[in-house]
Design a protein around this ligand. Sequence first.
Ligand SMILES: Nc1ncnc2c1ncn2[C@@H]1O[C@H](COP(=O)(O)OP(=O)(O)OP(=O)(O)O)[C@@H](O)[C@H]1O
Ligand SMILES: [Mg+2]
Length: 317
Amino acid sequence: MYFWLNRFMHDIEVQNLVKTFREKGKVITAVDGISFSVRKGEIFGLLGPNGAGKSTTINMLTGLLEKDSGTVKILGFEPEKNWEFVKNSSNVATAYSWLSDVLSIRQNLRVYARLYGVKNHEQKINELLELFELKDIGDRKIIRLSSGENTRAVLCKGLINSPKVLFLDECTVGLDPDIADKTRSIIKGYQQKNDCTILFTSHYMYEVEELCDRIAFMSDGKIISIDTSSNLKKLIKKHTVEIAVKKDVKLLKEFLKTEGVDIIFEKDNGIVFEVTTEKDKMYKIISKIFHKGFMLSNLHVKGPTLDDIFIKIARRK
Ligand SMILES: Nc1ncnc2c1ncn2[C@@H]1O[C@H](COP(=O)(O)OP(=O)(O)OP(=O)(O)O)[C@@H](O)[C@H]1O
Ligand SMILES: [Mg+2]
C-alpha cells in the first residue's frame, strides 16, 4: 500500500512559477509561468538552450532566488514557510560552485556539514571523499583543484546531508569520460539506495538519456514539453542513413533522388541521407539498393536522438 501510494507522491511541485529581472529599465522574463511535478524517486531532467531559465528555476527551488509569483513545494512543504525542514532534506550541486577557494575540500565540507547539522560528519566526509576519489587531495585548497576535481568536490557538498531531494545543475561539467561515467553511476546508485528525487540539468544529451526518467524541455522561460526520452524522440520522424559503396556512387545518388530522400552530404564513395521513419520507408529503400546490385562497403542507420530533439526545439523560435 505504502509503495503504491509512494508512486503518486510528488517531492517537487511547481505551479505557475515566474521570475523576472530588471536591467537598465528593461524587464527580462527568465522564468515565464512554468508548472511541473517530480515524483518521489524520479530523476527529472530540465533541458534547454543557454538562457532558457533552468538555473533560475533551480535557484528559486533551492531558496537562492526569490520568486516573483507561483508556488513551490518540496517534500510537500513551501520552502518560505518551512525553511529549516526543506534546507535539511535537500541539497544542490552546481558547476557554478560556491565552495570557498581559500579553504581545502575537507574544510569546505566541514562548514557545510555544520550548516546542515550532519552527525558523525568526519566519517561522512571521509566516505564522500573516498566515493569521489578525492581522498588523497582532501586537504588541497579549492583554488588549486583542476576543474574535474572541483566538480567532484561540489558533488560531495551536494550529498553531505544525505538529501531526499537533490538539485544538480550541470554537475558533471569538466569531468573526463571515465570519471563522468563513474559519477553517473554514483548519482544513480545514491538515488536508488536512498529513494532520492533528483532534478538534473546538463547539456550532455547522452547522460540525460542514461539518467533521467522524464525530461522537461525549456525554452525562453517556458516549458515546451515534458515526457520520457523515448517518447520525445518519436517527435523526430527521420532516420539518418550513412551508406558507402565500392563503386557507382553517382548511380546510387541518382537512384536516391528518384526515391525522394533528403541527401545531407556526400563524400568520396559515401552518401548520408535522411528518410522518414513512417511506412517502413527506410527498409524498403535499403532492400531496393541491395536488389539493384550496389556493392556496399558500409551501412549505418541512426534513429532520432535527444540531440535532434534539442536542436529542433531550440530552433523552433
Ligand atoms: N541576475 C540576473 N539579472 C539579469 N538577467 C538574468 C539574471 N540571472 C539570469 N538572467 C537571465 O535570465 C535568463 C535565464 O538564465 P538562466 O541562467 O536561468 O539560463 P539557463 O537555462 O540556466 O542557461 P545555461 O544553459 O546557459 O546555464 C538569461 O537570459 C539570463 O541572462
Ligand atoms: Mg544554467
